[in-house]
Design a protein around this ligand. Structure first.
Ligand code: GUN
Length: 289
């Protein structure tokens, strides 16, 4: 049976470090970390997610301001808000929750966030730094950073000699993590010592896709009907067929309680790093490099 990788526990230890660094910034430089979270529209899952981010930010001692805009917000209105937050010295990090309503051009909005305040790590400047191996001077995309921390719990810092396969190629996760595009997916997955699934398809990764003893990281968060829990009930599942795969894998993340808490912890880590950069203080490092 696979070892369960407890993302909640690892995330809590990251958050403890964030709290210490935020307090040091306050005591030594008089800087309170400021995070602005922007949400447009009424998507319930997004509101729940943003609520969790705002709560953790406050718990870290940050000033966290949530900007809740109606679904009919125009591109211009949203762009103006980002411009205002870009110019506000009390705001060190800006997060625009995705997906945005369909009539809005999310890429233009994301790219308009100043790279120094881009705590999601989605601006081309930050993505480019990751792509060229610079994990020190920018802000690394939160979910890949969280996944690397979880992989480090099992394999340590040095992954040399291990085969890694990432399924999925979104801007939020698959591209910054790696890049994979293949027809013979199950066979490719079976070569992986570290298998990361980020597709958004419930239970897609089956037991016979997994090499015995592999480390399996499930980035998927899919809400499915759960009639067995009662009429109209739903539950969260990942991209991995957990019950079958845990019998084969060496280590596996659960959904929920695996990657999800790490994404939020790494967002807080990026916010405290952004504030340190802006105060001219050496930024804390939260990765293995
Ligand atoms: N929507 C789902 N995950 C994320 C994330 O990590 N950042 C943003 N901005 N939106 C998301």
């Amino acid at each position: 049976m696979a070892r369960l990788i407890n993302g909640k526990e690892v995330a809590l230890s990251v958050i403890e470090t964030v709290k210490d660094r935020a307090k040091a910034l306050q005591d030594d430089a008089g800087v309170t970390v400021g995070l602005a979270v922007v949400i447009v529209g009424d998507d319930l899952a997004s509101h729940a997610y943003v609520g969790a981010k705002s709560r953790v930010a406050k718990d870290c001692g940050f000033t966290s301001v949530q900007h809740t805009l109606p679904a009919e917000t125009t591109q211009k209105e949203l762009a103006l808000l980002v411009q205002r937050l870009n110019a506000d010295p009390a705001v060190h990090g800006i997060l625009v929750q995705l997906p945005l309503p369909k009539h809005l051009d999310s890429e233009a909005i994301v790219q308009s966030i100043r790279p120094e305040k881009d705590v999601d790590g989605l601006n081309v400047v930050n993505a480019g730094k990751v792509a060229t191996g610079d994990l020190k001077t920018g802000l690394v995309s939160c979910t890949p950073a969280g996944v690397m921390a979880l992989v480090g719990c099992i394999h340590g810092r040095d992954l040399a000699g291990l085969n890694a396969v990432v399924i999925g190629r979104s801007n939020l996760f698959g591209k910054p993590m790696a890049h994979s595009h293949t027809k013979n997916l199950p066979a490719i997955c079976r070569t992986a010592d570290i298998l990361v699934a980020a597709v958004g398809r419930p239970a897609m990764v089956k037991a016979d896709w997994v090499k015995p003893d592999a480390t399996v990281i499930d980035v998927g968060i899919n809400r499915i009907a759960a009639a067995e829990d009662g009429e109209g009930k739903t539950r969260l599942v990942g991209d991995v067929d957990f019950d079958a795969v845990e019998k084969i894998a060496g280590a596996i993340t659960p959904v929920p309680g695996g990657v999800g808490p790490m994404t939020i912890a790494m967002l807080m880590a990026n916010a405290v790093r952004a504030a340190a950069f802006s105060a001219g203080v050496a930024p804390p490092s939260f990765n293995n490099n």
